[in-house]
Design a protein around this ligand. Structure first.
Ligand code: FES
Length: 102
């Protein structure tokens, strides 16, 4: 298991999320009231980039068909069909940098 730098805390204001590529994976990194969470960026429904959707608290809403995921746990919160949860990753903050642990 290793950790990869995905940016600086100043890259993501509170209430915002970005997409980064790390370890050949597309990862969403969100700032929820100063806490940084990371999960897969690709919606498990039809492949939208979740970071292009909406963030409210810990809940990311997919911009294509509205699936709601918790960006802290990766858990599916709301969608009419059964779709997979997202993989969530541990984040570590060191010297103002955000690392994701794989
Ligand atoms: S692609 Fe995300 S809800 Fe359909």
């Amino acid at each position: 298991m290793g950790k990869i730098i995905v940016g600086s805390v100043s890259d993501i204001p509170s209430g915002k999320m970005i997409k980064v590529t790390a370890d050949s994976r597309e990862i969403l990194v969100a700032n929820v009231n100063g806490n940084y969470f990371a999960c897969d960026d690709t919606c498990t429904h039809a492949g939208a980039s979740l970071s292009e959707g909406n963030l409210e608290g810990e809940i990311v809403t997919c911009g294509w068909h509205g699936a709601k995921f918790n960006c802290k746990s990766g858990q599916l919160e709301k969608f009419p069909a059964k779709i997979k949860e997202l993989k969530a990753y541990k984040t570590i903050i060191e010297s103002g940098n955000i690392f994701v642990e794989f």
